[in-house]
Write a protein that binds this ligand. Structure first.
Ligand code: FUL
Length: 501
């Protein structure tokens, strides 16, 4: 009993020593820096957010009624009247598909507010909706509470309507609005600041007082993550739903600089680097990047994409809703590449999620359950060249994990079944509570004569998913070829995705 207590205390101490920011000294050599990187960990709020996997955006506002993507702030807001608005229908649709959090565009670049803000007339209080008595931020917050999912707000720093934009007074206006959102709607789990920063109604640009805004959020809603022009969550750099194959959550501290974030953001409507699937910056956290850093931070990627071509609802896109198969592919290239998916589902002019979107989401959710309910690896006899807690990889719990002895950075794990098994998906999860470490791995099967490598990868992080042609075998070998410190595996899964269905 006493011994267990001491071990637990030592573990708690060791964990307590791991931080989400680590400085690098001028005298640190490469191996010291890499060992430091392997010990950088998420903050509790980043940890909770990462495990959500699936989060949703609801882009809704005056653009929905003017059929635009970016309003200029001069829109006639008397057009805003979603007659059948039902925020519970929105939340139910995403919850049933497995989504764990929703973010509402409380204010987009046009400055129109979905809540009756005291600080502007450009808000829902001056629209026909519920005779000016409506509050859609409240309706969404209440629906999220009812269905027990997280709730977040998108508040665009860029405001093309407010006359104070471009002066210090705008920063006060923004603080006032943030205060309303963070004090009147219960718990807020994510605050989303867009990187887009253009000119205001008088042609001026604004210098945002981000530090004051972050401090306010930390004071009023300390559990909320701040994305993507923010310190907790980083924009992956594309709006295509396709993250990097090599995605590190530990980056040089300079990656969090405001200027750096802003320089990578979208500059013009419909000119998104992402549409082509390319990135400004493919490599954010390799060894080569880290050795020149002055400090290291945990700064994970969020992959945002819309279920339709646009962010807002447009009737002419009703037939362009992503199919369940496309959504599944996006799950593989976002969550399956060490990111969190932020999928936008825009409500229509009635204030409902259109039926095509509801259907696609439901079928995606069903398929997720089908694929991931049966981990074929669970039934195997497993051995490893080194390391302990093999069973922890198949127990469905992220807090238990397999690892090798300290300093041992490679290992081979072999799985054997009495009869042939079939699978075409590999799912790996590191125990990121102790850091992200794996740099290279490969998977082989034994065809009766020899080992045949059939898939490989680099980073794992929170989750790595790989899809390949169906393998039929009795013996599989998984090798970790390189790791920044002793690797961990919280979960190891092999699944069969039957795409013919
Ligand atoms: C971009 C915005 O300009 C788009 O309208 C949308 O809100 C997207 C999520 O972020 O930067």
């Amino acid at each position: 009993m006493k011994k267990t207590l001491i071990i637990l205390l030592l573990m708690a101490k060791a964990y307590g020593q791991q931080k989400s920011f680590v400085p690098i000294a001028k005298t640190d050599d490469e191996s010291t820096i890499i060992a430091k990187a392997a010990n950088v960990v998420p903050s509790p709020r980043q940890m909770r957010w990462q495990a959500l996997e699936l989060t949703a955006f609801f882009h809704f506002g005056i653009n929905t009624f003017t059929n635009q993507e970016w309003g200029d702030g001069k829109e006639d807001i008397s057009k805003f009247n979603p007659q059948l608005l039902d925020a519970e229908q929105w939340v139910k649709a995403i919850k049933e598909a497995g989504f764990k959090q929703a973010i509402i565009t409380a204010k987009h670049h046009d400055g129109f507010c979905l809540w009756p803000s005291k600080f502007t007339e450009h808000s829902i209080k001056n629209t026909p909706y519920k005779n000016g008595k409506g509050d859609i931020v409240r309706e969404v917050a209440n629906a999220c509470k009812k269905y027990k999912i997280g709730f977040g707000v998108y508040l665009s720093p860029w405001d093309r309507n407010n006359p104070s934009y471009g002066s210090e007074a705008y920063n006060t206006y923004f603080v006032n609005q943030l205060t309303e959102l963070l004090t009147q709607y219960g718990k807020v789990d994510e605050v989303w600041f867009d990187g887009a920063n253009g000119e205001g109604p008088n042609g001026k640009k604004q210098i945002y007082d981000f530090d004051a805004w972050y401090a306010l959020i930390r004071k009023l809603q300390p559990q909320a993550v701040i994305a993507v022009q923010g310190p907790d969550v980083r924009w992956v750099g594309t709006e295509s739903g396709v993250g990097r194959e090599t995605e590190w959550s530990v980056l040089p501290t300079s990656e969090k600089d405001q200027e750096k974030i802003a320089s990578l953001s979208q500059k013009e409507v419909n000119v998104i680097p992402a549409l082509s699937g390319s990135y400004e910056d493919q490599d954010r956290g390799s060894r080569a990047k880290l050795i020149n850093a002055t400090g290291l931070v945990w700064y994970p990627a969020e992959t945002d994409v819309s279920i339709r071509p646009g962010w807002f609802y447009h009737i002419n896109e009703d037939a362009k809703v992503k199919t369940p198969k496309q959504l599944m592919e996006i799950y593989f290239t976002s969550v399956g590449r060490n990111g969190v998916l932020l999928l936008n589902i825009p409500p229509n002019t009635n204030g409902m999620i259109a039926s095509n979107d509801v259907k696609s989401l439901a079928a995606f959710g069903k398929e997720m359950k089908n694929i991931f309910s049966n981990n074929i690896a669970k039934a195997a006899t497993v051995k490893a060249t080194s390391g302990k807690e093999l069973k922890a990889m198949f127990d469905g719990r992220l807090s238990t994990y397999f690892t090798t002895p300290e300093r041992e950075t490679t290992t081979t794990i072999e799985l054997n079944w009495p009869k042939d098994v079939r699978f075409n998906v590999l799912s790996l999860q590191e125990n990121i509570a102790v850091g992200q470490r794996i740099e290279k791995f490969e998977l082989a099967y034994f065809d009766g004569k020899q080992w045949i490598n059939f898939t490989s990868g680099t980073t794992v992080g929170y989750k790595r998913l790989l899809k390949f042609d169906t393998i039929t075998a009795k013996k599989v070998r998984f090798k970790i070829l390189s790791s920044r410190l002793n690797p961990t595996l919280a979960e190891f899964g092999l699944y069969l995705w039957d795409e013919s269905k």
